[in-house]
Design a protein around this ligand. Structure first.
Ligand SMILES: Cc1ncc(COP(=O)(O)O)c(C=O)c1O
Length: 497
């Protein structure tokens, strides 16, 4: 008998589809890093990982707290008395102490201007698991969600792969610092309707990954009015809420909802509003897989809670987090110190780049900068962007993420993560960029003082916006044809974070 160990035909369509994005050429960057990872002493010429949005700058504070509070772990001599009870706990509502502590933490991160109800906290395996559960609750296969570009590459996998919903880009560009406009929103919606796609909602990431910017209250209100007018959902991924290191301060959709609900003229339906949260970025604990879905819709809370059985947070982790997050003095100090350290690293990094004539989009949040290298492209095309990106990996030995992986419509932008390394490594990364710019002979070319690109560049790009609109959705919907684009289609990309 012949055993077909690799016969894909025996597997499901989901398992064998490439919607996970991992076959994308962009993974070459990760491979390059994995094959030759930088180490200060053991491999100083290796590739520096700047494609990972991790917050490692304040982990020492958590380590110190853990050392001082051995009872917070059920696996220590001091905490073992709780071992049996916690090890046996498996209720999908979660430990009440955990939900209470996380609800309080979410309020604190939002300046206590709004309070969260522990009974609306639903657990997920990171924001990844929480957001997929939410998609399963809100949409059926083929339904669409509008998403402003550029957006987190793994949304293609997390929100779409297994749920089979479609992501419909709302085109944003550098002419107004990638802010979402009413026109772009309406146009994306109208295009979807014209293509017979049922639009179920709008997904935003605030603060933005990859831009590192926050949305102002007026924009959020416009979005709220829009989704209420169309009677569709709004999903706000706020997992970078506590990474704010500069003004303006962060405004959560929960605050806007609170304000609009009290305005009798607003006619807002809170049941359309859902928040995705996680401790992966704000506390730098992506390995703990703590994801939260907070919904103002009772039916969503109830369905998502049943679904959460597929991706619960371990009771040991819940127990530990309930202890640490209930220590208000620690939380206060941690948030303030973390923000100071992010501000410092961001400043060092952006100033270092400025010395080389490289500008970044002005930002106040996140663990990365959105770096503008369009001056280094021979032509404004995504092929050129890919060539430059390959050069940065092979010659400069930095793994950064190209803008096309974020569905950015303008070639030449790169996301560079700055919080997943120590000071010395950050310094070496800057030195390598310096050497690269000198080699390219572009150091003395000063970048324009603002972030806007030249008018001719913008004009060139405008031609491409509408044509790229449905490039990504084509992968899901053969009904929507992609018109010819002057830019090659940016492949769907998997970036890990
Ligand atoms: C915007 C956004 N959402 C979700 C995630 C996934 O987070 P988690 O590690 O909590 O699953 C990330 C990680 O980079 C992200 O940037």
């Amino acid at each position: 008998m012949v055993i077909l160990r690799e016969n894909q035909a025996l597997l499901s369509k989901i398992a064998t589809s490439d919607q996970h994005g991992e076959n994308s050429p962009y993974f070459d960057g990760w491979k390059a890093y994995d094959q030759d990872p930088f180490h200060l002493t053991e491999n100083p010429n290796g590739v520096i990982q700047m494609g990972l949005a991790e917050n490692q700058l304040s982990l020492d504070l958590i380590e110190k707290w853990v050392a001082k509070h051995p009872k917070s772990s059920i696996c220590t001599k001091d905490g073992i008395s709780q071992f049996k009870e916690i090890a046996n706990f498996q209720d999908y509502h979660g430990l009440y102490e955990f939900r209470k502590a996380i609800a309080k933490f979410m309020g604190k991160v939002r300046g206590n201007r709004v309070a969260f109800d522990p009974d609306r906290i639903v657990m997920g395996g990171g924001a990844t698991g929480a957001s997929e559960s939410l998609m399963f609750c809100l949409a059926d296969p083929g339904d669409g969600f509008l998403v402003p570009t550029p957006y987190y590459p793994a949304f293609g996998r997390d929100l779409r792969w297994r749920t089979r919903v479609q992501l419909l880009p709302i085109i944003c560009n550098s002419s107004n610092d990638f802010k979402i406009t009413k026109e772009a929103l309406e146009s994306a919606y109208e295009n979807a309707i014209a293509s017979n796609i049922k639009v179920k909602g709008l997904i935003i990431t605030n603060p933005s990954n990859p831009l590192g910017t926050t949305m102002d209250k007026e924009t959020l209100k416009t979005l709220m009015r829009f989704i209420n007018e169309k009677n569709i959902h709004i999903v706000c991924d706020e997992i970078y809420a506590a990474t704010i290191f500069n003004t303006p301060e962060f405004v959560s959709i929960s605050e806007v909802l609170q304000e609009m609900e009290h305005d009798p003229m607003s006619l807002i339906n809170p049941g359309l509003v859902h928040i995705i949260y996680s401790l992966s970025k704000d506390m730098g604990l992506p390995g703990f897989r703590v994801g939260i879905l907070y919904s103002y819709n009772d039916n969503v809370v109830s369905s998502a809670r049943k679904m959460s059985s597929f991706g619960l947070i371990s009771s040991q982790t819940q127990y530990f987090l309930a202890s640490i997050l209930s220590d208000e003095e620690f939380v206060e100090g941690f948030l303030s110190e973390s923000s100071k350290r992010l501000a410092k690293r961001h400043k060092t990094f952006t100033q270092g780049l400025e010395k080389e004539g490289i500008t970044c989009l002005a930002s106040n949040a996140g663990l990365f900068v959105w770096m503008d290298l369009h001056r280094l492209l021979k032509k404004p095309t995504f092929d050129e962007e890919m060539d430059l990106w390959r050069l940065i990996i092979s010659d400069v030995k930095l793994n950064v993420s190209p803008g096309s992986s974020f569905q950015c419509v303008e070639p030449g932008w790169f996301r560079v993560c700055f919080a997943n390394m120590d000071d010395q490594t950050a310094e070496i990364a800057l030195k390598r960029i310096h050497a690269f710019v000198v080699k390219k002979g572009r150091r003395n070319e000063r970048a324009p003082m603002n972030n806007k690109r030249s008018k001719s560049f913008q004009k060139n790009l405008r031609l491409s916006f509408s044509s790229r609109l449905y490039d990504e959705t084509n992968m899901m919907s053969p009904r929507v044809m992609s018109p010819h684009s002057p830019f090659p289609r940016s492949p769907l990309v998997q970036a890990k974070t």
